[in-house]
Each structure stands twice: as structure tokens, then as C-alpha cells.
Design a protein around this ligand. Structure first.
Ligand SMILES: Cc1cc2nc3c(=O)[nH]c(=O)nc-3n(C[C@H](O)[C@H](O)[C@H](O)COP(=O)(O)OP(=O)(O)OC[C@H]3O[C@@H](n4cnc5c(N)ncnc54)[C@H](O)[C@@H]3O)c2cc1C
Length: 292
């Protein structure tokens, strides 16, 4: 299918982007890596009159590590491939490093960006799930100002975020992983690189061998990534040494209360609910095995 006609403008600065957004209003859309937006335009799922290409903005590219407080900031235009190959991410944001090999395929990873993925807010995408598990801060800039929004508040529904008209997502910030933190990402997909049927990002803090805090974010279940708050509570105080990949009854019951999965073209909501428990049990088992 051919696209409808649109105006294309390649921006050379963030100030120019703000001016173009003000000029063209809601008929304009930002183009980053184009790996989601271009297929959507081709399929006529969206028809922006103007595309503002931000891919040339150097200030929005790159990964920086700051000490005290330990933090990693990733520019919105950093590609999946750059994240995959980043030693800083591997060392300081291991959960993101564990998730990125599941994002799409090589060709898409060379152009697709973390900012584009977060802004799109696909409920089956990996970065939103990881951002929620780590409660990352999303940096949004507008003409004359900026704000930080926590991942918990950023994802507001199906392809819906806290980004206001006139704002650009410029970066995402993660706290540096602590010594006593353990993370894990896993997902089930029919084929590697496909969008997942279900996925989970796990972020545990340990005191000795006991779990002192837990964040569990699931993807591909509802209209946005979800925190399994009751299951998180049920893990606190438990020993970090799962001896079986089967989830304990209390965590399993808590998880069922936390999630209300939608069915999709591949599986029912009930199957997704079952699979969520299966992958969480396997993940905790694997984490304990890796820790010894
Ligand atoms: C075959 C295929 C398989 C894929 N598989 C996966 C997968 O398994 N997991 C996964 O997570 N993704 C997958 N993707 C999507 C891919 O990761 C995209 O790169 C990503 O979702 C969007 O990033 P982008 O830079 O290409 O954004 P674009 O496509 O350019 O933009 C996406 C949306 O975000 C907005 N936007 C982009 N950047 C900003 C910004 N800085 N500020 C404000 N708004 C912005 C755009 O206006 C648009 O609405 C797949 C894509 C394809 C084609």
C-alpha cells in the first residue's frame, strides 16, 4: 500500500523541532528511527500531514554514566544496536542488557531507537517493561523547560503516554544497579525477534539470601506494562533460592490477582495468565541458580 502524501522536514536542532511542532500542531508527528512509524503510515494506521525527522539531532544520542548518584542516561535517539553493544549498559543497567537481545531483528535494531519505543508505548515492547521494573525516569523537553516522569506515570494506556503536545522525549535515566540487586528478563515468543506473548522483567534487592524488595513488570498482557504488586509483596521476606521452577502457591495466587490479560490473535487471556506464572517461576529458579 502507498502512503498518503506528507510533508517531510529534517530538523537540525531541538529548538527547530519545538517551532515546527507549534507551527503544524497535531497534524505533525516526530520521526525517529521510523521502524514503527513508517510501517504504520504505509498501512494507513496513521496519516500525519507533516513528519518532523529528529534523527540528525546529536544531542539526543549516546549513553552516559554518572557517578554519585550512580545513574545511566540514554539519549532518545540511541539505537537498539548501540544499547546491545554498550559496556556501560551491560555493567550498570544489566536488566536492559538482558532485554535488548529480544528486541526485533538486526536490521531494525540498527535504526530503531529507545526513545521511539518508549514514546510508542506498545504494551508488548521490551523497553517499557524494563523501564517500569527499574522505575526509570523519562525526560521530556518542551520550549523553555523540561520535566521528568517516572515510568509508572509515563505509560497511560494502549499507545498512550504522558507526552504532552509540544514535548519531545529526549532521554531516559536509570539508576545504576546496586551490588545486592539481581535482575532478570525473559519472554515467550513464537519466533525469536517476534513480539512476545508474555514477558517479565524482574528486579530484586537482597539482604543476604533474603529478598528485601521486589519489582515485577509484565508485558504483553494488558494495554500497558503492568507491575504485579501483590506478587511483589509476596516475594519480600522469601529466601532467594528457588529449588523448583514451579511458582509457590502464594506467589501464584497473588499474581493471578494482579493481572487481567487480554487475549490476542494467538492465545487467550487465560492462557497468558498461566504463561505469566510459568515464566516467573522459571525466571526465579534460573536467577537462584545463577547466584550460586
Ligand atoms: C518487524 C518488526 C519487528 C519488531 N519487533 C519488535 C520487538 O520485538 N520489540 C520491540 O520493542 N519493538 C519491536 N519493533 C519496533 C522497533 O523496536 C521500533 O524501533 C520502535 O518501536 C520505535 O522506534 P523508532 O525509533 O523506530 O520510532 P519511530 O517509528 O520513528 O516512532 C515511533 C513513535 O514514537 C514517536 N516518537 C519517536 N521518537 C520520539 C521522541 N524522541 N519524542 C517523542 N515522540 C517520539 C513517533 O512520533 C511515533 O509515534 C519491531 C519493528 C518491526 C518493523
Amino acid at each position: 500500500m502507498k502512503t498518503e502524501d506528507f510533508k517531510y522536514i529534517k530538523a537540525t536542532s531541538l529548538e527547530e523541532v519545538f517551532a515546527l511542532q507549534a507551527k503544524y500542531g497535531e497534524n505533525a508527528q516526530i520521526l525517529a528511527g521510523g521502524q514503527s512509524l513508517i510501517p504504520m503510515i504505509n498501512l494507513r494506521m496513521t496519516s500525519p500531514a507533516t513528519l518532523i525527522d529528529i534523527s540528525g539531532l546529536q544531542d539526543l544520542k549516546g549513553i552516559t554514566h554518572q557517578r554519585s548518584p550512580g545513574r545511566v542516561a540514554i539519549g532518545a535517539l540511541t539505537t537498539h544496536a548501540q544499547i546491545l553493544n554498550s559496556k556501560t549498559v551491560t555493567e550498570h543497567v544489566p536488566l536492559l542488557a538482558q532485554a535488548v537481545p529480544h528486541v526485533a531483528h538486526l536490521a531494525i535494531r540498527n535504526s530503531g531507537t529507545i526513545g521511539g519505543s518508549l514514546a510508542l508505548a506498545d504494551p508488548a515492547a521490551e523497553y517499557p517493561c524494563v523501564a517500569l521494573a527499574l522505575n526509570a525516569q523519562v525526560v521530556l523537553k518542551r520550549k523553555g523547560g523540561e520535566r521528568r516522569v517516572s515510568a509508572e506515570e509515563f505509560f497511560q494506556g494502549l499507545y498512550k503516554t504522558a507526552i504532552e503536545p509540544g514535548e519531545v522525549l529526549t532521554a531516559v535515566e536509570f539508576l545504576e544497579a546496586a551490588q545486592n540487586q539481581r535482575t532478570f528478563f525473559t519472554e515467550l515468543a513464537r519466533r525469536k525477534g517476534d513480539y512476545a506473548l508474555v514477558g517479565v522483567a524482574i528486579n530484586l534487592t537482597l539482604q543476604g539470601s533474603v529478598i528485601s524488595s521486589a519489582r515485577l513488570a509484565f508485558m504483553a498482557l494488558e494495554d500497558r506494562p503492568v507491575l504485579a504488586k501483590q506478587a511483589m509483596k509476596s516475594l519480600v521476606g522469601q529466601s532467594f533460592n528457588s529449588t523448583t521452577p514451579r511458582l509457590s502457591a502464594n506467589v501464584s495466587d497473588a499474581l493471578r490477582k494482579d493481572i487481567s490479560p487480554w487475549g490476542d490473535l494467538q492465545v487467550t487471556g487465560e492462557t497468558k495468565s498461566h504463561l505469566a506464572g510459568v515464566i516467573l517461576g522459571r525466571a526465579l529458579f534460573e536467577m537462584a541458580a545463577q547466584n550460586v
